[in-house]
Design a protein around this ligand. Structure first.
Ligand SMILES: Nc1nc2c(c(=O)[nH]1)N[C@H]1C(S)=C(S)[C@@H](COP(=O)(O)O)O[C@H]1N2
Ligand SMILES: [Mo]
Length: 495
């Protein structure tokens, strides 16, 4: 058969296999779709430095880039297998079997998939082998027309199966469930954000980050789709009594509202993974007190619907003054699906990976000695309080017009709060910047400093001091293992 036909037979068989797997996965667990399962396994197995590189290089698109990369690799394999199979069908059959086995391994590796989930990669493998051998057998040079027709039939059936699987797999009406929640009313409203809480006109971010702009970091290739009506939160382990909480019970409680700045440990000096929202939810310490924490528990081990885990120090979450929440809402609406609907944890002052479990379904009181959370085996620290940091947001471009330049940015030191931000130009003396209105020690604070600069190239640096008097250190430290340090600096030309 021609090279073109051989390559096409390989590709079309692969697409058929993935589509069949996707369809079966819709019935046994959407995350079992072989393509997604392999993607998730790759995310889990990727060495931390490579993952950091991906986040740095591609930001929120890191997962899309990963999926495209995997698609290109297996498509290339399929083409090669097709080309190698011009004489006999064996190479293609072997590749289909191997890819099926990789899918099975990826599904077995997922902590959140039941035993039936294995049917999805098995179906993919079987369809891959079957379709390949059939197309291969029919694709003889003298039967050109039939073999073309067969390829089209398989391609059409695959599209049908794939799209059908997608529709079935996302049939959980999570948006309907979100809409049905309606307004979440706080018993204790957060004070209104004062005018003067940000310096947007000078180039800082807005004090409250709109939900669509809030940074997003998670390991989920397919976002867990949970309905509030079906959701429960189990509280167990080293407690006096186990609890099972339902959404309706939680939302009927006295909900509190609080503006909190969340920060990701992967954020580089000057990076974007920091955002602020007004969260509404149930104080976490109230729920833990109801369960009764045993004295030997030092870790709150939280698990999401997709098996991701975080470990938070008990002394932090049981402290009412810290204000940790089981959050149900964000900026006046139920949590967006990507930010953890129906419920997530938010703990002021701790990086997200040790505290902010989205789609949370399980809270276990345990010890740090007994259980290790997701990121710990990937090089990150067991404890990770947020480090005092400042970032320069303006001037943004490489050059400015006019000699009057307002340097502006944001600083954070949750839960202590920001007391001072200083700026220096070209290594000169530190000058104290103006701070925005003080809203809450759990949130960031904006700053600005107007300068008159001579024409030419300049470098500005900033450093923040928190309300306990400690100043952001100059030493540059990478995000791994417990958060970056160092002064942010920005260079530009005054023209
Ligand atoms: N289920 C789940 N929760 C998670 C994560 C995750 O990968 N899975 N990532 C954590 C990390 S590293 C951070 S920084 C915050 C980010 O929350 P956001 O995406 O709402 O900004 O969520 C945390 N909660
Ligand atoms: Mo994070």
């Amino acid at each position: 058969m021609s090279r073109w036909t051989a390559a096409l037979v390989g590709i079309v068989s692969l697409v058929a296999a993935l589509a069949a797997g996707h369809l079966v996965a819709a019935l046994v667990g959407p995350a079992a779709s072989p393509f997604l399962a392999v993607g998730n396994a790759v995310i889990d197995l990727t060495p931390t430095p490579l993952k950091d590189f991906a986040v740095r290089a591609f930001g929120t698109y890191d997962k899309l880039v990963l999926l495209i990369g995997i698609a290109l690799v297996i498509a290339a394999l399929a083409v090669v297998a097709g080309l190698l199979s011009r004489k006999t069908a064996t190479p293609g059959t072997v590749l289909a079997g191997v890819l099926g086995a990789v899918g099975v391994a990826a599904v077995l590796y997922r902590p959140d998939l039941g035993q039936l989930a294995i049917l999805a990669p098995l179906a993919a493998g079987a369809v891959g082998i079957g379709v390949f051998r059939w197309l291969h057998g029919e694709a003889q040079p003298e039967r050109h027309v039939e073999s073309r027709r067969n390829l089209l039939i398989v391609a059409g059936a695959s599209a049908f199966a794939g799209l059908g699987g997608q529709a079935l797999g996302t049939r959980t009406d999570v948006e309907g469930s979100r809409a049905a929640v309606g307004e979440l009313k706080a018993a204790k409203k957060a004070p209104a954000i004062p005018a003067g809480a940000d310096f947007v006109q000078d180039g800082t971010p807005s004090f409250i980050t709109p939900n669509r702009d809030f940074y997003r970091i998670d390991t989920a290739l397919s976002v867990p789709r949970l309905r509030a009506e079906d959701w429960t939160l189990r509280v167990h382990g080293l407690v006096d009594r186990e609890l099972t909480l339902h959404y309706a019970d939680l939302r009927r409680r006295d909900l509190v509202e609080r503006a909190i700045t969340m920060t990701c440990v992967s954020n580089e000096v000057g990076g974007p993974y920091v955002s602020t929202a007004t969260f509404i939810g149930v104080p976490l310490h109230e729920v833990l007190d109801e369960a009764g924490i045993r004295p030997d528990a030092d870790q709150l081990f939280s698990t999401s619907a997709d098996g991701w885990t975080a470990g938070t120090p008990v002394d932090v979450v049981r402290d009412p003054a810290r204000g940790a929440l089981i959050a149900l809402g964000m900026n006046g609406e139920p949590l967006p699906v990507e930010h953890g609907f129906p419920a997530r944890l938010v703990v002021p002052g701790l990086y997200g990976y040790v505290s902010a479990t989205k789609w949370v379904v399980d809270l276990e009181l345990t010890t740090f000695a007994a259980k290790r959370a997701y990121w710990l085996d990937r090089g990150w620290a067991e404890r990770a309080p947020i480090k005092t940091m400042s970032r320069i947001d303006a001037p943004k471009g490489r050059s400015t017009t006019g000699r009057r330049v307002t340097v502006a940015g944001v600083a954070w030191a949750q839960p202590t709060g920001i007391a001072k931000v200083e700026v220096r130009v070209d290594g000169g003396p530190w000058q104290v910047a103006e701070l925005s209105a003080d809203v809450d020690d759990a949130t960031w604070r904006m700053w600005r400093l107007p300068l008159d600069l001579d024409p030419g190239r300049h470098t500005v640096e900033s450093r923040a001091t928190d309300k306990s008097g400690s100043t952001q250190p100059q030493a540059r430290v990478a995000p791994v293992p417990d958060g970056a340090t160092g002064w942010h600096s920005v260079s530009f030309t005054v023209g």
